[in-house]
Design a protein around this ligand. Structure first.
Ligand SMILES: *[C@@H]1O[C@H](CO)[C@@H](O)[C@H](O)[C@H]1NC(C)=O
Ligand SMILES: *[C@@H]1O[C@H](CO)[C@@H](O)[C@H](O)[C@H]1NC(C)=O
Ligand SMILES: *[C@@H]1O[C@H](CO)[C@@H](O)[C@H](O)[C@H]1NC(C)=O
Ligand SMILES: *[C@@H]1O[C@H](CO)[C@@H](O)[C@H](O)[C@H]1NC(C)=O
Ligand SMILES: *[C@@H]1O[C@H](CO)[C@@H](O)[C@H](O)[C@H]1NC(C)=O
Ligand SMILES: *[C@@H]1O[C@H](CO)[C@@H](O)[C@H](O)[C@H]1NC(C)=O
Ligand SMILES: *[C@@H]1O[C@H](CO)[C@@H](O)[C@H](O)[C@H]1NC(C)=O
Length: 390
């Protein structure tokens, strides 16, 4: 547990500090189509063929992104060297390759395939896969317009609150991650089953869409008792519960409707708490599912009769106040309210997601999805100074 308490300590000190440097800005407008200093580039599309054996599915992606992947893994290792006198790194190289055999298929063979193609030790690729389950903070929004169209968008903010680059005023890990962002078209029988925005080397899913059926994003739910316990238990051999990013992948791959997806996301036992944000293909289909490891605390749905034309989730339970030092919810809601349902669209949601501190130094990408159109667009983001660290 030692690394976790150090991590928590750093997070808390930085958070206290940030209260003094935080700046808010007025709601942005006219940011879409993406351009200018907050837009760093488009995301390249790849095809992953689900008819291939799992170990061969990611070959093209890894071949293209190998240099960046090696750099990222090295950066994580350098940061991990600070823990337990460097023993954490030894532990990863010795123990995690054994853990990979306990992961369910097809994830086990996909991870092994990625390690083989990249030449990166299996334990380190496994660590990389666990990493995203634990260190993402995000903003997700599902909104409905007057015509019953459902829009689903998210900012993915990634970082460890470690490795602040004082020269460039950026988070080292966040910057190293940006070149690894890829769009993936998952196909069976040459037909698209679902699409996602992924990190090369990661086999789970944080952002995805099943065209015509549903869209899905996952946000981390910090929970001081229970957040890491399940992952620790897994490593120690008590393997009851599912990795969150594997469940989202399974749902996108095999669920057949909004309702089916909602059931699977609410009923499957997990390794750690999470928020699942789901959008559908018709009026009223949009919800935030608040999960503990074992059960579902709440499903918060769109409801036009109650005037609830959007649901918005950051990393705090919607019925509680967000933490004062990390309140992205109030500014995002302020901008949604100001936009009004009459003018809601992917473009105006992109504006909301471009407003600081919803956009911040941890923001890696912004994704925009519309289920009926089957569309997924993602953009790499930058937050030039002055900008809040998160
Ligand atoms: C991103 O893609 C759009 C649409 O395809 C294109 O117009 C634009 O030039 C691209 N921008 C960059 C920076 O590649
Ligand atoms: C700052 O960014 C530049 C250009 O991307 C890079 O060459 C340099 O290494 C970065 N500084 C640090 C301290 O990482
Ligand atoms: C997919 O398309 C390729 C080339 O167009 C073809 O060779 C292959 O047989 C197709 N596969 C399936 C499963 O339809
Ligand atoms: C989806 O279902 C197919 C067929 O049952 C199975 O082979 C595959 O592993 C499932 N996908 C996931 C991610 O569990
Ligand atoms: C919405 O999804 C359901 C379940 O997958 C499907 O039966 C229906 O045809 C879809 N409706 C539209 C308008 O695409
Ligand atoms: C936005 O509108 C909702 C619904 O009217 C209201 O509950 C909420 O307090 C508003 N939030 C902000 C920040 O304006
Ligand atoms: C509607 O949204 C667009 C796109 O964000 C924005 O440019 C425009 O000013 C908005 N119109 C009104 C009336 O708010």
């Amino acid at each position: 547990m030692k690394p976790i308490s150090v991590h928590d300590f750093i997070v808390i000190s930085l958070c206290l500090f940030s209260q003094f440097v935080r700046g808010l800005e007025d709601c942005r407008s006219g940011m879409y189509p993406p351009k200018g200093p907050t837009f760093k580039g488009n995301v390249t599309w790849y095809t992953v063929n689900l008819d291939l054996p799992p170990s061969e599915r990611w070959t093209q992606v890894i071949k293209d992104k190998n240099t960046e992947l090696i750099t990222m893994v090295q950066t994580i290792k350098d940061l991990a060297k600070g823990f337990l006198d460097g023993k954490l790194v030894d532990l990863v190289d010795e123990e995690l390759p054994l853990i990979v055999d306990t992961l369910p298929q097809p994830f086990r063979d996909e991870i092994k395939g990625i390690a083989a193609v990249s030449g990166i030790p299996l334990g380190e690729i496994t660590l990389f896969n666990i990493f995203y389950e634990v260190f993402t903070v995000c903003t997700s929004i599902v909104a409905e317009d007057f015509n019953g169209n459902i829009y689903h968008a998210r900012n993915l903010d990634f970082g460890l609150f470690m490795g602040w680059d004082r020269q460039n005023k950026t988070w080292t890990l966040t910057e190293k991650l940006k070149p690894l962002v890829v769009n993936v078209n998952f196909q069976r029988g040459n037909k698209t089953i679902f699409k996602s925005t992924n990190f090369a080397g990661y086999v789970g899913i944080l952002t995805g869409i099943r065209p015509g059926e549903f869209s899905l994003t996952m946000n981390e739910r910090f929970n001081f008792d229970g957040g890491y316990v399940g992952i620790l238990e897994w490593i120690l051999g008590w393997r009851d519960g599912m990795w969150m990013g594997f469940l989202t992948r399974k749902v996108l791959e095999n669920a057949t409707s909004y309702e089916d997806a909602k059931d699977q996301l609410s009923l499957t036992k997990l390794l750690a708490p999470a928020y699942f944000i789901l959008g559908g293909n018709r009026s009223g289909q949009g919800c935030v599912i608040t999960r503990t490891r074992i059960n579902t605390l709440d499903i918060w749905e769109l409801d036009m009769k109650l005037g609830r034309w959007y649901v918005l989730e950051t990393n705090y339970d919607h019925w509680d106040e967000p933490m004062i030092f990390d309140d992205r919810r109030t500014p995002a809601m302020k901008c949604m309210n100001r936009t009004t349902q009459a003018n809601i669209s992917l473009a105006s949601i992109y504006d909301v997601l471009s407003t600081k501190p919803v956009l911040n130094k941890l923001t890696t990408y912004t994704s925009l999805m519309e289920v009926s159109a089957g569309s997924l667009e993602s953009y790499i983001r930058d937050c030039p100074n002055p900008c809040t660290p998160w």
